[in-house]
Design a protein around this ligand. Sequence first.
Ligand SMILES: [Zn+2]
Ligand SMILES: [Zn+2]
Length: 168
Amino acid sequence: MNIDIRSLEPGDNQMSLPIPKEEIDASIAKLASDGNLELAIFHSDVESTVVADLTASVELSCARCLCEFEMEITSQFTVALRKGKPGTISEDSDVPVIFYDAAEGLADITAVVADEIGVNIPMQTVCDDDCKGLCVKCGADLNEETCNCEKEAANPVWDKLKKLNKES
Ligand SMILES: [Zn+2]
Ligand SMILES: [Zn+2]
């Protein structure tokens, strides 16, 4: 995903940029479809400052019932673009700086976009706050059915401890 520096006017610029789903590393996030960036870019000869509004739909699996579901991520981030050795990203200043080849004029923002999507995915993802999860005994999806397993056996850790006690 590149920002074409040569297409920028001095001063304020507005543009949309798609996030092709195949460009985001699946180990970071699996996009359900192409995402989108709305970019506000202030361009000068020294540096271009980019304020990006990101929208992307990611595929996740529920930590409780293991079903697959989609979650929309929206987030805003800022990056600066400067001439320099392409492919390098500096995190020294307040905002990340992406360097691009001056002759080529294409700033690759893929890594920063992927990072931004990654940090916006919650650690524990559930399909619904009310998701009842799977029965630990019979594996029934408790969102769809009820099972006859005893409730007190709902914690597998206790089951294991009980077994250990019996064996010793
Ligand atoms: Zn669930
Ligand atoms: Zn059950």
